[in-house]
Every structure is written in C-alpha cells, then in structure tokens.
Design a protein around this ligand. Structure first.
Ligand code: PLP
Length: 452
C-alpha cells in the first residue's frame, strides 16, 4: 500500500501543487507554504507527515462524530465490500444495508419522517430536496409554488441548487449565483444589533421576516423554507428561544413546506439526535449527511413524512437519483456508526457531560480574554467571536484577519480550529472527554494570546 514515508513531505507538496486543485483554498497562497500532509488519526487526534499531533477541534469537517480509528467501522466496510461492494437501488432492486439503515433512521428521526432517499453528500441531498419539493407541488396541481426561502449566512452546499439555497456572500459571489427562484431572509443573530436588543426579540424579528417575504412573493409562489436548526458554516448561530416556533407558525399559515438541513446538526451535534429535537421543529423534509457515517464514507439522505411521500409516490416515476444513491458499503458503515452512537450513548454524553463543560470553559475564557466579544453555539458546535473593543462591540477591520491569525497560532499549539470571518469556530468529535476539552481550551487560549 501507499505510504506517506515513500516520499519526503516536500516531494508530496510539490506533487500536490502540480496536480491537485483544492476546494475552498487560495491556490496561490497554498503554493507559497505547501499543503500539510495528514497521515493518520486516532480518537480526537490527527497526525501530519512531519510527526506533529493535532487535536482536531473540527472533527474533520464537522463530521467525525465517533472519532477516528474505529475498527468496527473498518470491519463493516470490509464485510460489505466482500459480500456486495456495489449495487444500485434503481429499477426495483434494493440491498439489505439500504433497507436496514432506512429502518434505523425511521426510529431516530422526529415528526414521522419515515421515508428516505439516499445520496452521497449534503449538497446532493439538498439538490434532491429542491427537485422533490417542486415535484410535490406540481403533482398537487400547484406548479407555481417553486421559490425556496433560505437565510443569510446559511450554508447548504456547493452544487448549483445547494449554493443557491445558501446565503454566504463568498459562495454566491464566485460564479455569481443564484439561480432564479431562491430568496433569502435575515438570520437570527442579535450580537451586532447592539446591547439593548435581546436574542429573543431579534429572533422573532428574524422569523417574521419570513412572513414578510412570503407576502412579498405571494404564498402561491413559495415552495419551502429551508434552515439549519443551528447555523454552522456561516459562523455558528444557535436559534434563539421562540424562533423556530414562529417560523413553523408562519409556514403552516401560508402552506409553505419546512425543510431542516441537519447535515451538521444531525446525529448528536446539538446534544439530541437531531437539531429538530433540540429546537422542537417538525419538518416536512430533512437533509442529513456528515455524522450519518461519521465521515468514514460519503453518504447522505433526505427524509420525508407520509404527507410528502404519498404525493410524490402518486406522481409517477421519480426522475431523480445518483449512481451511488444508497451505496451498500456506505450504508453498512452508517449502520455500524449508528450502533456505536447508541451503544456508547454518545448523544447523552454530549448533552449531559461534554457540552455543558465545553461551554463553561469557553465562557470562562471569554470572561478573561479581551479579544472575545461573544461565545455562541449549542451542543458541541461553538463560535468564539473576536472583537476589537469588547465593551463597545466594535468589530475588527476584516483586513486584520484576527481569526486567521488565531487559527495559525492554534495550529502551532497543536489544535485545529476554523476561522469564519472574525470568529473562531469549533466542532470537536462528540466523544471528546473533559480532559481533552481542557487540552483544547488551553491550546485555544494560548493561540488567542499569540494572535492578540
Ligand atoms: N448543509 C450543511 C448544513 C452543511 O454544513 C454542509 C457542509 O458543510 C452541506 C449542506 C453540504 O454538504 P457536502 O459538503 O457533503 O456537500
């Protein structure tokens, strides 16, 4: 097998530069420094080709929920590969791993979401949502209900429909999306609105923006509202109390479907199986990926209720699907992953132990650190907002790049974090222990001191 030690790090870096194009990366800046070659991982740690160890404060890309190095998952892959490495579920076939996984998901998801269509990534799942929801309305004789409403700083993926659902300016700017028929309302983050504005009152204002948008567009033209229960990649914004109840009231009133994008929130990240449990959301459809297999293999799914399924099932053949929809090996690893989650009671660990301790430590850090304006988040997803003036809530000039400086300093301390705007974002594996949280906070604190 290929071994990292068969070439020097700088040889790997040169080959990388010659042949690999990296997503979400400034290629030119990368060439100056060279990629970090990741060679191994165990538990909450990863190693690079120079032998450096890092605590992975991002669980890969918010996905390695059960941690690295799980033999049970490797064995599930090997067994399935030997038995049936691939077969599709088009044209009246299925395999037992697909069926069993759908059965397990039906037990875990809220609100009678008990029909599942598979894909391989969160983006594909959200594209599936867009196509199926429009098909649903057309089948019901309401073909004008086509517009999706999303939120500013939402992230729903990189494919053309998913990026149009999203509201991150850099994503939308690159190739000047959006597609038509995708609209956005404000997201519910009160901090920059000033000290007098409470989270709850701004949450209600943000939710009522949905009603204003529906009235502006005409409810006959609006297909669905989509939201991450707690927003992730845009900077981690937990939902304020009352927000989702108001969103749901408005969706019901105007006959607009509600889609929960659980790609990050699903599978324990918020301290319940789904963010929809945490915020008491009853979605009509739900997209999921990442934690479904803890990232060990690509797999995603869209869940739907009877209401949606019954209409779609009566609307003729579904002209949608991917070669790898329900890939048996990915399904097998997802089943094994869910079994680990259940057996080790990982969701309870997040809710009862890891999350309270994590936020207690983050809040203590925020109290004593002059750079931290706000700590926000839920479960094991958090953002540490860096500000120039903590008392007056004055932001940094973006060119100062405080979060990027902090990210680099954390790397030198042996901690992976993410920089989103002027916030440092954290989303560690859900199995993280109190001692490992102490280590994370210690390294983050040292990183902040270096960046200050
Ligand atoms: N939806 C959400 C909420 C996400 O965070 C992401 C990825 O980060 C996606 C969708 C897209 O998933 P993928 O990168 O697997 O296409």
């Amino acid at each position: 097998t290929l071994s990292a030690s068969s070439r020097t790090t700088s040889e790997w870096q040169q080959l990388d530069h010659a042949h690999q194009v990296h997503p979400f990366t400034d290629q030119k800046a990368l060439h100056g420094r060279g990629v970090r070659v990741i060679t191994g991982a165990q538990g909450v740690y990863i190693w690079d080709s120079e032998g450096n160890r890092f605590l992975d404060g991002m669980a890969g890309l918010w996905c390695v929920n059960v941690g690295y190095g799980r033999k049970e998952l490797t064995q599930a892959v090997q067994r399935q590969m030997e038995e049936l490495p691939y077969y599709n579920n088009f044209f009246q076939t299925a395999n037992v791993s697909q069926i069993e996984l759908a059965r397990m998901l039906a037990e875990l998801t809220p609100n009678g979401l008990r029909h599942f269509i598979y894909s391989s990534s969160g983006s594909e799942a959200n594209d599936t949502v867009v196509r199926l929801v429009r098909h649903y309305w057309a089948t019901l004789g309401k073909p004008t209900k086509r517009v999706f409403i999303g939120r500013t700083l939402a992230y729903h993926g990189s494919t053309l429909a998913a990026v149009s659902l999203g509201g991150m300016p850099n994503m939308r700017g690159m190739d000047r999306v959006p597609l038509p028929e995708f609209e956005h309302i404000i997201h519910p983050h009160a901090y920059w609105q000033g000290e007098g504005v409470t989270k709850e009152s701004y949450g209600l204002k943000a939710a009522r923006a949905l009603e204003e948008k529906i009235l502006e567009l005409g409810a006959d033209n609006v297909a669905a509202f989509i939201g991450e229960p707690a927003q992730g990649a845009g900077g981690v914004f937990e939902a304020p109390a009352g927000y989702w109840a108001e969103i749901q009231r408005i969706c019901k009133k105007h006959d607009v479907l509600l889609v929960a994008d659980e790609v990050i929130c699903g599978f324990g990240r918020t301290g319940q199986w789904f963010g929809s449990h945490t915020y008491d959301i009853a979605p009509d459809l739900m997209s999921m990926a990442k934690g479904l297999s803890s990232g060990y293999l690509p797999i995603s799914a869209v869940a739907m209720t009877d209401r949606i399924f019954d209409v779609i099932a009566g609307g003729g053949p579904i002209a949608h699907g991917y070669t790898y929809s329900g890939h048996p090996t990915a399904c097998a690893v997802a089943i094994a992953n869910l079994n680990i989650m259940k057996r080790e009671r990982i969701v309870d660990h997040v809710r009862e132990t890891a999350s309270p301790y994590f936020f207690q430590k983050l809040q203590e850090l925020a109290q004593r650190h002059p750079l931290i304006g706000e700590v926000r988040g839920v479960g094991l997803m958090a953002a540490v907002q860096l500000v120039r003036d903590k008392q007056k809530r004055i932001p940094f000039d973006a060119k100062q790049e405080p979060a990027i400086k902090c990210r680099e300093a954390c790397l030198s301390e042996g901690l992976i974090v993410r920089a989103v705007g002027e916030a440092v974002v954290l989303s560690p594996p859900l199995i993280i222990t109190r001692d490992e949280i102490d280590e994370l906070i210690g390294k983050l604190s040292a990183g902040l001191d270096q960046a200050a």
